[in-house]
Design a protein. Sequence first.
Length: 141
Amino acid sequence: MFALDSRLQQDTLTIGDFPLCRLLLSNDANYPWFILVPRRDDISELFQLDVADQQQFWLETTALAELIKDLFDADKMNVATLGNVVSQMHMHVIVRKRDDAAWPAPVWGKLPAKPYNAEQVEAIRAKLRMVLTEDFTFLEG
């Protein structure tokens, strides 16, 4: 049974599901910051996924990055797995702009998180609904 790490539950908003991954939005309005979490138990490293899941994970990651690059007018996409704080396997897909608060440094620890308000979240969901039309299920919560 898939269960999201408590830290991810605390720090993110659920957007929906790709065939493999749960798509989350980091609750930090400083940057459009998305997180993909494979819905598999007890996985902390990419190599622990079987080959088919590794390929699906990469397909979902690259498709998301490509879609949101244009959608949010990114200057650069940051895509990374770290897992030093949250061991559950997850991929960060972060829209970066030259005028964002952390540019050109990494986003981690640069600024305190600025939570989204309800209108901002709905605006992001509306944007995503325009581009996530295949193999994606939106979830509330």
